[in-house]
Design a protein around this ligand. Structure first.
Ligand code: NAG
Ligand code: NAG
Ligand code: NAG
Ligand code: NAG
Length: 370
């Protein structure tokens, strides 16, 4: 009798543990760039210059219409929100009156280093949107009082909030590569980029954040757009065994090693916080190494689903969203959606690896109290 009671209590508490797991977080706040943007870039850029990803076939798989996400459907943070029973986060610049369950500050093109640095040093030949990590942090801090009004304020307000800082760095390095710099020169920017990301995480933790996920850089040396652009330069390119650009991927790996070390240092400094390094590199490499296993046709592994013919199905005169471009029938058979960003299927695989492992240190679901 007593034993039965003990067992059923244990059983009940296990069940309780499972359900509280999946509903643990009460809100999500995300900073980042085009890998998670849900519409901010369209709002900021559309008045200034033409935008392509506000047009079909963006959104074709899940939403059925463009949402400002740079994918055929959901992106990583959407799958994470779903796991916790939260609504898909809205772009912050939509100024939704209800942000109690969170909001997404990410903007396509965002850099870790402030934009005036790139303009001042003539690294970019065009005007950048003012959307860097620091600007996004400023937006968050502006909204903080209205988010926290219903609680006792301070720490408690974000105790059950899940933060994302990143990915950041891809745009910083792209600008420096684009300015014709060498690999060593691009690498010399890594410490500054990583320091800015670490400072942002620290600022959020001192603002009361407990749970912060920090994604690293993807292997964008495997991106169909960069593969196409580089091959047209007639340089002798160095390709790795997967057919990706070695120098670009080496910088991404170097960034990831430094970022991981910075996350480790922050954990030591703030032991009460749960700071997670999320690997954005290995999950994509795993798919490219064994595409058939993931339902990706080998021939499509380095091709964009949506584009305009050529070896990588990426063509500057027929970029996804232009009338000349066409989308593949089954985006889940591709890794890359538009030559730079990934398909919903790729993002889902990454999000699962961040939630349950093996692509996060530690996996998000493992840090929730049971
Ligand atoms: C970007 O916005 C921030 C915050 O509003 C401001 O301090 C900064 O001067 C702006 N930078 C540029 C280049 O416009
Ligand atoms: C939150 O509280 C501040 C200070 O009391 C007040 O100025 C602000 O209007 C409140 N915001 C909301 C959304 O209630
Ligand atoms: C690259 O080489 C091809 C063939 O030799 C030539 O037609 C093309 O103009 C070259 N492109 C550049 C950018 O130099
Ligand atoms: C790129 O797209 C343009 C416009 O549709 C087309 O004329 C051209 O042939 C394409 N180039 C390649 C290499 O497929």
């Amino acid at each position: 009798m007593e034993l039965t009671l003990v067992f059923s209590l244990l059983f009940l508490s296990c069940l309780h543990g499972v359900s509280s797991d999946s509903r643990y977080f009460t809100s999500m706040f995300t900073l980042g760039d085009s890998y998670i943007d849900a519409g901010n870039f369209v709002i900021m850029a559309a008045p200034v210059f033409p935008v392509l990803h506000d047009k079909p076939p963006y959104g074709m798989t899940f939403f059925g219409h463009p949402t400002g996400r740079l994918s055929d459907g959901r992106v990583t943070i959407d799958f994470i929100a779903e796991q916790f029973g939260l609504p898909l986060l809205q772009a912050s610049l939509l100024n939704s009156p209800d942000i109690s369950k969170g909001v997404n500050f990410a903007v396509g093109g965002a850099t870790a280093i402030d934009v005036d640095f790139y303009e001042r040093n003539k690294l970019v030949p065009f005007k950048l949107l003012n959307n860097s990590l620091n600007v996004q942090l400023g937006w968050f801090e502006e909204l903080k009082p209205s988010i926290c009004n219903n609680t006792e304020g301070g720490r408690d307000c974000f105790g059950k909030a899940l933060f994302f800082v990143g990915e950041f760095g891809v745009n910083d390095y792209s600008f420096v590569w684009g300015a014709g710099k060498t690999e060593d020169e691009v690498k010399s920017y890594v410490p500054k980029v990583v320091k800015n990301i670490a400072m942002a995480v620290e600022r959020l933790v001192t603002d009361g954040a407990i749970y912060v996920v920090v994604p690293g850089n993807p292997p964008n040396g495997c991106s169909p757009a960069l593969l196409t652009i580089r091959s047209s330069l007639n340089q002798t390119e160095k390709y790795d065994h997967l057919g990706c650009l070695s120098d670009i991927n080496r910088v991404a790996m170097y960034h990831n090693i430094m970022l991981r070390a910075a996350v480790g240092a922050l954990r030591d400094k703030y032991p009460h916080a749960k700071i997670i390094f999320a690997d954005f590199y290995k999950p994509i490499i795993s798919i490219l190494q064994n595409p058939d296993h993931f339902g990706v046709t080998s021939a499509n592994a380095l091709q964009a689903c949506c584009g305009g013919s050529g070896k990588y199905n990426w063509n500057a005169s027929a970029v996804c969203g232009m009338p000349e471009a066409t989308a593949c029938k089954d985006p889940s058979a591709f890794v890359s959606w538009d030559g730079v960003h990934y398909t919903e299927a790729t993002y889902q695989y990454i999000a699962n690896g961040w939630l349950r492992g093996p692509f996060a240190d530690p996996p998000i679901l493992s840090v929730i109290p049971h």
